[in-house]
Design a protein around this ligand. Sequence first.
Ligand code: PSV
Ligand code: MN
Length: 424
Amino acid sequence: MRIENYKIDEHNHSLLAEHKRRFEFVSSDINNVESILKKLVDFNIAIPSWALGTGGTRFGRFSGGGEPGSIEEKIEDVGLLHALNKSSGAISLHIPWDIPKDYTTIKNHAAALGLKFDAMNSNTFQDQKDQPLSYKFGSLQHVDKAVRQQAIEHNIEVIKHGVELGSKALTVWLSDGSCFPGQLNFRKAFQNTLESLQEIYTALPTDWKVFVEYKAYEPNFYSMTVGDWAQSLLYANKLGPKAYTLVDLGHHLPNANIEQIVSLLLMEGKLAGFHFNDSKYGDDDLTAGSIKPYQLFLIFNELVEGMDARGMNHATDLGWMIDASHNVKDPLEDLLQSVEAIMLAYAQALLVDRNKLNVAQESNDVVAAQEILQNTFRTDVRTILAEARMRSGGALNPLQFFRKHKVRERLIKERGSKTIATGL
Ligand code: PSV
Ligand code: MN
């Protein structure tokens, strides 16, 4: 299904008077509101193809209806999100879940909805049907060269699909590691992984990047071979200038200071980008900003400061992506909420008075520094975001539109009530 533009216009018209009143009130307090609006209009967050269906745990999965059953339908779903919020203009594919049959058709389909192809993701954390060798004891780290070779070839195949679609990056997340002390020689596992990554790196086209994603635990519970940002950065530095560290917010041990990690990776020019989500306990993959919105703001505060210090383009120089799972919510509604939360944190970070913060830091004025950040975090910027969305042709209130126009009901009518999308 497609969302008709006139319906968005009607929706905006019905909310306009109230929106204008709020926008004028909030923007009268902000000096550079036009430049903030421009940055918000330019900013986009890619949607992972595997988050469009209902996710599950190992205990069960309670699928909803109207889930996308093919790559075409996944693209269509991201098109719906983008039509509503104008900030979801890219899809990130996971191979082999999303192998395109005909590149031109898929590319045209995405382009017609204003979508690009973000980073491509490989999968060597599961065995596929008819796969000759198993990843039970790892993939790029495996003690057997033949298994490593199979995993290397898979990654190279993923790059090939991405090249055809116009993607520019490969994200490698490895579940490699060990479950018990003594199972693995850490040094050999690292060296095997590095050598394998080097072969993949050699296959990257000149204008491509490889993102090395780390994770503290799960599915391996004793050691992970890319377990934290230090290990990822080691690989990235050894690989070369096209390799970067990818931060997934759920992949840290409890209470890690992610904003500090981000600041230092940016300083080193090695931050690839993000997989946004939120969590209370571990890799919960909850809606971005639903548990720790202040942390999300502090991360964006470091991002804006660090990117500006290096003269980087906020919209294009890092990879921005969601990586979430929706067990009890409509996936599309959840993704609308995540994009909104990420954009709000970004908008607030743009509002921070950098000069004042710098003066407070240089004079050890701890109280003033905290006041600057918390005053900004407590500023309600929802109407600024709504204005940016409307100016780009999106809906003033995407979630309200989604429900009022019964988008899910229409998808169920088209696709049926018993559909299960590929993914975890
Ligand atoms: C692993 O937990 C991860 O965050 C990686 O990005 C995977 O590719 C993704 O989730 C797939 O579910
Ligand atoms: Mn991830």
